[in-house]
Design a protein. Structure first.
Length: 453
């Protein structure tokens, strides 16, 4: 008797096969791992691959994916990327003036030392790839890499199964880094759809602080709106550990090509009295999904999650966030905004869980959506689950169009109808963009927003 295999199962098997192509016990020869760490990393990969084989590619039948259709992705056979001529890449358009000498570059998930510039990094901290990790950190990395809650999710496991290298930022105790650190992840395009997997690990030890920009772009097309682009799949995982009284300001910008598929995970663990801020900007990609997961590991944490998506044509942008609060005196503030034009589709699912032990929690969650066309669609689902009884928690969602009275008022002051609309759209987006810690990046993204309107 022949047993039929569901298409999503066989498709995931093929992705796993491509993910593991070229996997070796060490990162590239220029940056070898010591024997003990290489053996440990192989165990991590094997365990993740075993999990992938037990899972299936998600469909709309799965509750967490019911609003996001991956069927278009399943029509493409993604392959592992071929080696890239790094010397031919021009990264000038992506360089940020505040971080010209604190930049770490990866191309298709592979560290590019010739494109990186780390001369402005303090000697006490580490910024580099796995193979450059000092021995004292290699001995401790097993406590952090692939250890976040939720690591058994299908795309996270797929990423871990093919893990050979990663961008690593390690802040020792009491180190305050003033210069922003720029992580530039570049995907290349070919006529054959490729699978690019990226990994990032941030460890902020007690009383440390840093500003980090995680920038996802494509090499050939600076603007995601460019008419010519080839499909590719980016599967990225970022793990951030914020230890006691440490602070991380994290900006995540996704500007993939218009035909690309982007699946991203950001997992954060916050210890006692730590502070974490995420500014997530989504502009590119045919379909993008960002899973943002925060686990509170001690009392008195502060968590700020801000996000903006501007999508048009037939783009889909999906943000799923989860904040798990298990300790008292936590403060969280989440504001996610989306501008939807043409036949684009926005999805927001935000969960805040407040356990019985998380008394005196103050949590706010708001999703605001601006529809610019009648063909756009918004699915929003803010959620609060509260077991504690001494808390202040709120959540809400709005879906609206441009206010005719506001447009008329601006026209009465001499602006054209188009200029009036653009000014209101810019103001809607500026509430998030103005929170970015780098003026140069703020300027670039405001230009992107202006271009899209």
């Amino acid at each position: 008797m022949q047993v039929s295999v569901k298409p999503e199962v066989s498709y995931l098997d093929k992705l796993l096969e491509e993910s593991c192509k070229g996997v070796s016990p060490t990162v590239p020869r220029e940056f070898p791992l010591d024997t003990k760490m290489a053996a440990w990393l192989q165990q991590v990969r094997d365990r993740a691959a075993a999990w992938v084989r037990e899972l299936a590619f998600p469909t709309k039948r799965d509750e967490e994916w019911k609003f996001t259709d991956l069927s278009a992705m399943m029509k493409l056979g993604f392959q592992a990327p071929a080696p890239v001529d790094l010397d031919a890449l021009n990264i000038t358009p992506f360089i940020l003036s505040e971080a010209t000498d604190s930049r770490l570059v990866f191309v298709n998930g592979v560290f590019a030392p010739n494109l990186s510039s780390l001369t402005d990094i303090e000697n006490e901290i580490f910024v580099g790839n796995l193979g450059q990790l000092p021995s004292e950190y290699q001995e401790r990395i097993g406590n952090y890499l692939a250890q976040q809650p939720g690591s058994q999710e299908v795309f996270t496991s797929l990423n871990t199964a093919g893990l050979t290298d990663a961008a690593v930022i390690w802040l020792p105790k009491n180190q305050v880094v003033e210069k922003p650190i720029h992580l530039l992840f570049i995907a290349t395009q070919t006529e054959v759809p490729i699978l690019t997997q990226r990994r990032c690990l941030v460890v902020a030890e007690s009383n440390s602080s840093a500003k980090i920009v995680e920038h996802c772009v494509t090499a050939e097309v600076i603007c995601p709106e460019a008419p010519i682009s080839h499909p590719y799949l980016t599967n990225t995982v970022t793990e951030i550990w914020v230890e006691e009284n440490a602070e991380i300001n994290h900006t995540r910008v996704q500007r993939d090509a218009g035909a690309a598929f982007h699946i991203g995970k950001t997992a954060i663990a916050q210890a006692k009295n730590s502070r974490y801020t995420c500014n997530a900007i989504h502009l590119g990609g045919r379909l993008s999904r960002h899973n943002l997961e925060v686990a509170q590991m001690g009392e008195g944490t502060e968590t700020n999650l801000y996000g903006l998506a501007f999508i048009g044509n037939e783009q889909e942008a999906d943000t799923h966030s989860s904040i798990i609060l298990n300790h008292p005196n936590g403060v969280t503030d989440q504001l996610y905004k989306c501008i939807v034009d043409d036949k684009a589709h926005s999805v927001f699912n935000g969960k805040v869980y407040v356990s019985q032990t998380a008394q005196l929690t103050n949590a706010a969650q708001l999703n605001r959506n601006l529809l610019l066309s009648s063909g756009g669609r918004v699915d929003t689902k803010p959620q609060l689950e509260i077991i504690a009884d001494n808390v202040q928690c709120s959540h809400g969602a709005t879906v609206s169009q441009l206010d005719d009275d506001e447009v008329f008022y601006l026209q009465s002051r001499g602006l054209s109808q188009e200029a009036s609309r653009n000014l209101l759209i810019d103001a809607f987006a500026a509430e998030i963009i103005n929170k970015l810690p780098l003026p140069s990046l703020e300027h670039i993204l405001k230009q992107c927003v202006a271009c899209k309107v």
